[in-house]
Design a protein around this ligand. Structure first.
Ligand SMILES: [Zn+2]
Length: 250
């Protein structure tokens, strides 16, 4: 049964990738990069924020409202004060669903309710506005849920490894992971060089930032190294919604 479920998940994921829900061609005027944090653990702001400030860049924090003020499995998540601070510093607050559930497991009605709940939660931190950038919890997408989000956000980010060049799907943008579980400096540097030369869009992502990170997080030194390599390539780093405009040549 576990194998059947695993195969079903794999197939759904493959089908979703083959469905281009928001086709776009990047303008290719210049390369651009974004640094993004998912969920997000409190230290992505308290320890990650200073690293971003050191490099003079702003990031995107994909926020799941259900994690606010909570500690889950020993991991402390952001609170409302963190959202206020990072918004004031010019970082972007993106949407990561409220209950942080894999989207294929929810009906359309449940997806709509979850999206509304997260929008209402985030509104006070967005001057009454709505988030425009979305990231799929766990990167889990089905063709149905991809279509659902394609029409509701300017961009949706998955967790499929890769850079964004030429023809892309704005409903499932690729990422380059900075997580300890797949940390590879050579591969990251190669991706930076490809983005530089092809004028693509590099979207970096991680979760917690700590000297003892989880498998899904990074140390401050790893984050600093990656942003240093992007800076050395003279690629501008912008929050996702601003980088989107640059990438599309708007
Ligand atoms: Zn997540």
């Amino acid at each position: 049964m576990a194998l059947a479920n695993h195969l079903k998940t794999k197939l759904t994921s493959l089908l979703a990738r083959s469905l281009v829900a928001r086709p776009a061609r990047l303008a290719g005027h210049k390369p651009v990069a974004s640094i993004t944090f998912d969920d997000f653990p409190k230290n992505a702001w308290t320890l990650g924020g200073p690293v971003l400030a050191h490099h003079g860049v702003r990031g995107t924090y994909y926020t799941a409202g259900g994690f606010c003020g909570r500690t889950v499995d020993g991991a402390a998540f952001y609170d409302e004060g963190d959202l206020t601070s990072l918004a004031a510093a010019g970082h972007e607050i993106g949407c990561h669903g409220f209950a942080h559930q894999p989207t294929p497991s929810l009906t359309d009605d449940e997806l709509a309710a979850d999206a509304t709940r997260n929008r209402q939660f985030l509104q006070p931190f967005l001057n009454g506005g709505a988030p425009v950038s979305y990231a799929f919890p766990f990167g889990r997408v089905s063709p149905r849920t991809k279509r659902f989000y394609a029409s509701r956000f300017k961009s949706a980010r998955g967790s499929h490894c890769g850079i964004n060049i030429g023809r892309v799907d704005l409903a499932q943008l690729n990422v380059v992971s900075l997580e300890t579980r797949c940390w590879n400096e050579k591969a990251i540097e190669a991706d930076i060089q490809r983005v530089l030369h092809s004028h693509g869009w590099l979207i970096l992502y991680t979760h917690d930032i700590s000297d003892t990170p989880s498998r899904y997080g990074s140390t401050p030194a790893m984050l600093d190294w990656a942003l240093g390599r992007v800076a050395a390539a003279r690629i501008e780093v912008l929050p996702v919604h601003e980088a989107l405009a640059v990438a599309l040549g708007l």
